[in-house]
Design a protein around this ligand. Structure first.
Ligand code: NAD
Ligand code: IPM
Ligand code: MN
Length: 356
């Protein structure tokens, strides 16, 4: 049966890395006999500039019919970020109950880590980020505009159901990996939500006796990512903490251009969305030098979720080979290839693992 994939390139380098992803997907589909149909949507800041909205009013209903969403990045100077992101990305995550944001980070052979003494295989961290509630909330407001008393109030909303379900996913992931999990907290400073988070996580942990887990304050945990990354495996974090930690874990492996993510609706009732962790990078957009690996690794996660493990590992092997050599990786990871050259190499390498 045909699997339908909605493709939203978005803005800036989102367009460039999704271009690479589409080329690679076509080759994988041909080699592995995948029946994939793609439909592209121009939902972006460019669309906003023309029509006043990031996506049509029935955009969510349109996406509902797809098996997966592949997204580049949205956001562009001239459109306030809260407008572009709350007009597209955040509503998709919420409408489709993509409550898990699965964000792996690994050190690859060939890619230098900025951390002294950290080499290939030393970092293998999975950040499991709560993705539909928490600090990302529309509850609050701004008062007394322009006055010295001007005040902004932002409420964080945590629910027992919301914490439990993402915690279950993270404990399950830890059980299938090393059996170790750290839950990021700030219960010493944030007195309502974080003690609640800790309590609910502890109650779910009781269901996973095989997993050795502990809570760590987010500040100390951030330091640990830099000082002792080998000690970390699965990190469970709230929406905002997970957002920050996943750029940090990615940078620790060499570049945020490497990092992949899956916004998962684990029940499969709604489409999941796959996107690189990075944004539209206006500072390098249009130059053809963006690292496509974050987007391509996100394609690997998408293929796994769609039930194509062989195609997924074929692509992952090709990504690893490209990273191993400076001539086939981009400048942000110490290479001298541009986006098209990396893509070309990966295309020529797909399938290579099968014949030896
Ligand atoms: P960013 O991730 O776009 O860029 C941060 C830095 O990393 C920049 O110096 C950039 O050049 C570099 N970088 C990012 N991806 C790279 C890649 N693939 N290859 C090489 N270098 C790369 O973050 P930002 O500058 O804070 O945000 C830019 C815009 O993107 C903003 O509008 C922001 O809101 C948006 N954004 C969107 C998403 C998304 O759609 N999922 C995610 C993050 C940021
Ligand atoms: C990410 C991004 C988004 C987030 C922004 C652009 C709203 O930074 O996917 O990590 O904070 O979730
Ligand atoms: Mn982010």
């Amino acid at each position: 049966m045909t699997q339908r994939i909605a493709v939203i390139p978005g803005d800036g380098i989102g367009i460039e890395v999704i271009d690479a992803a589409r080329i690679v997907l076509d080759a994988l589909a041909a080699r592995h006999g995948l029946d994939l149909a793609f439909q592209e949507f121009d939902w972006s800041c460019a669309r906003y500039a023309q029509s006043g909205t990031m996506m049509p009013a029935d955009g969510i209903d349109t996406l509902r019919e797809f098996d997966a969403v592949l997204l580049g990045a949205v956001g562009w100077p001239g459109v306030p970020d809260h407008v572009s992101l709350w007009g597209l990305l955040v509503p998709i995550r919420r409408a489709f109950h993509q409550f898990v944001n699965h964000r792996p980070a690994r050190t690859f052979a060939g890619v230098p880590s900025p951390l002294t003494g950290v080499g290939p295989g030393d970092i293998d961290i999975l950040v499991v980020r709560e993705n539909t509630e928490g600090e990302y909330s529309q509850v609050g407001g701004r008062f007394n505009h322009g006055l010295p008393e001007e005040t902004a109030v932002q409420e964080a909303v945590f629910t027992r159901r919301g914490i439990s379900r993402v915690a279950d996913y993270a404990f399950e992931a830890a059980r299938s990996r090393s059996g170790r999990l750290v839950s990021a907290t700030k219960s010493n400073g944030i007195v309502h939500t974080m003690p609640f988070w800790d309590e609910v996580v502890a109650s779910r942990a009781a269901e996973f006796p095989q997993v050795e887990w502990r809570s760590e304050h987010i500040d100390a945990l951030a330091a640990k990512v830099v000082l002792a990354p080998r000690s970390l495996d699965v990190i469970l974090a709230s929406n905002l903490f997970g957002d920050v930690l996943s750029d940090l874990t990615a940078a620790a492996t060499g570049s945020i251009g490497l990092a992949a993510s899956a916004n998962l609706n684990p029940s499969g009732e709604y489409p999941s969305m796959f996107e690189p962790v990075h944004g539209s990078a206006p500072d390098i957009a249009g130059r053809g030098i963006a690292n496509p690996v974050g987007a391509l690794w996100s394609v690997v996660l998408m293929l796994e979720q769609l039930g194509h493990p062989e195609a997924a590992s074929d692509l992952m092997r090709a990504i690893e080979r490209s990273l191993a050599d400076a001539s086939t990786r981009t400048g942000d990871v110490g290479g001298n290839a541009d986006t098209a050259e990396v893509t070309e190499f990966i295309l020529s390498t797909i399938g290579a693992g099968e014949s030896g």
